[in-house]
Design a protein around this ligand. Structure first.
Ligand SMILES: C[S@@+](CC[C@H](N)C(=O)[O-])C[C@H]1O[C@@H](n2cnc3c(N)ncnc32)[C@H](O)[C@@H]1O
Length: 327
C-alpha cells in the first residue's frame, strides 16, 4: 500500500513539487496508512517492511535531507503502537481489530485485509472481520478482503441479507476451485470487494468463478473465462436472503450454467428430500450402512472397501424378507 501511494505521489509531482520527496514519503507513512495485528512479531515485521519500502523510495540525496530536516528526534520515525508503549503517530497498531478502542480513525478510503480463518463452532472469525472492516470506512470507502468461502456458502454464520442491505458488494471472486493451489491450504477462499454505501436495488454484484486449468500455475495468472463472469442483481440477492437461500444461490452459480439454474429453479417447486426425511423419521448418514439389523452399529464403508467387494457380513440375506420370485 505504501508503495502504491508513493508511486501515485511521484506521478502527480513530476514537474512542480509542493514538498520534497523525503517530506512526502514521511507524510504518506505517518498520515495515510495504518495496520493492525494482534501478534507483536507480525507488527514488528510490518514496521520493518515499511522502513525498507521508505528507503527504497529515497535517493542518497533524499536520505540526507530526511536525516537533517524531516525527521525530528530519532532518525527513524517510531511506527509501532501498543497499549504498553503508545506513541503519538501510530502506524502499526498491536491490538485487536475486533475491539472498538484502537487508536485509528473510522474514515478510511480503503481497508484491505487477509484476516484469520478460524472456525469457532458455527461462527467463523473472518465473518467478524468483514463486518468490522465496514465500520472503519468513510461513506463511499472501499473494503477488500480475502475470506474463507464458508462464510459465503455455509448454512450458518455467513454474509447474510443484513450485510447485503448495508454495503454495496461490488465483486466476489470465488477461488474455491484453486483451494489446493493457493496457500497450500485446503480451505476454499474468495475475494470480496465492497463499498460502504447502501446499495440500490438496480445494482448487480459481479460474481467471478474462475476454474483451475492447466496453464494457471505455469503462467502465474488466474484466467476468468467469459462463462465464469456472472452477475447477481441486488434484488435477487435480497430476495434469496429473505427466502433463506442466499447461500445456495452462490453455490449454484459457482458451477451452474444458466440452464442448470433454470432446471434447479423448477426443482425448487417440488418438496425437498430433507422435508420428507423429517416426516418419515429417516436418518441421514454418509456411505453405505447396514440398516435393517437394529443391533449392529451402522458402519460407514470406505469407497475402496466397496470396490474391493469386502461387504459387511450378515447372518441373514438382506433380500430374504422381500418377496422376490426366485425362478
Ligand atoms: C492470515 S494472517 C495474515 C497476515 C498478514 N496480514 C498477511 O496478509 O500476510 C492473519 C493475521 O491476523 C492476525 N489476527 C488474528 N486475530 C486478530 C485480531 N483479533 N485482531 C488483529 N489481528 C488478528 C494474526 O496474528 C495473523 O497475523
Amino acid at each position: 500500500m505504501f508503495n502504491l501511494l508513493a508511486e501515485q505521489w511521484r506521478r502527480e509531482n513530476t514537474t512542480k513539487r509542493r514538498q520534497t520527496k523525503a517530506q512526502a514519503m514521511l507524510e504518506i507513512l505517518q498520515k495515510q496508512i495504518r495496520g493492525v495485528d494482534l501478534n507483536p512479531d507480525a507488527c514488528r515485521i510490518a514496521a520493518f517492511s515499511l522502513y525498507l519500502a521508505l528507503f527504497e523510495k529515497l535517493k542518497p540525496m533524499d536520505v540526507e535531507e530526511f536525516k537533517q530536516k524531516v525527521s525530528q528526534g530519532p532518525f527513524l520515525p517510531a511506527l509501532l503502537w501498543s497499549a504498553d508503549d503508545p506513541i503519538d503517530s501510530p502506524v502499526i497498531i498491536q491490538g485487536d481489530f475486533l475491539k472498538e478502542s484502537l487508536p485509528v480513525g473510522n474514515d478510511f478510503d480503503l481497508v484491505i485485509g487477509n484476516p484469520p480463518w478460524e472456525s469457532r463452532g458455527k461462527a467463523q472469525i473472518a465473518l467478524h472481520f468483514a463486518i468490522q472492516s465496514a465500520k472503519y470506512l468513510r461513506l463511499g470507502g472501499v473494503g477488500c478482503l480475502l475470506l474463507p468461502s464458508t462464510i459465503l456458502v455455509n448454512r450458518y454464520g455467513t454474509l447474510n441479507g443484513d450485510w447485503f442491505r448495508k454495503v454495496t458488494v461490488e465483486k466476489i471472486v470465488q477461488l474455491a476451485d484453486f483451494r489446493r493451489v493457493l496457500f497450500e491450504a485446503t480451505h476454499p477462499c474468495f475475494i470480496l470487494r465492497f463499498v460502504n454505501s447502501v446499495p440500490s436495488l438496480e445494482r448487480a454484484v459481479a460474481y467471478e468463478t474462475p476454474k483451475l486449468n492447466r496453464f494457471d500455475r505455469r503462467q502465474g495468472v488466474i484466467v476468468i473465462e467469459p462463462g465464469d463472469q456472472k452477475h447477481v442483481s441486488q434484488r435477487d440477492a435480497l430476495e434469496a436472503a429473505l427466502q433463506h437461500r442466499l447461500q445456495s444461490l452462490w453455490s449454484r452459480k459457482f458451477w451452474g450454467t444458466p440452464r442448470d439454474e433454470a432446471f434447479l429453479r423448477r426443482l425448487d417447486f417440488f418438496p425437498r428430500l430433507s422435508d420428507s426425511m423429517k416426516q418419515q423419521n429417516w436418518h441421514d448418514g454418509v456411505g453405505f450402512h447396514c440398516a435393517e439389523d437394529q443391533h449392529v452399529k451402522p458402519r460407514t464403508m470406505k469407497r475402496e472397501d466397496l470396490l474391493a467387494g469386502s461387504w459387511p457380513r450378515r447372518e441373514k440375506d438382506p433380500l430374504s424378507s422381500l418377496n422376490v420370485p426366485t425362478s
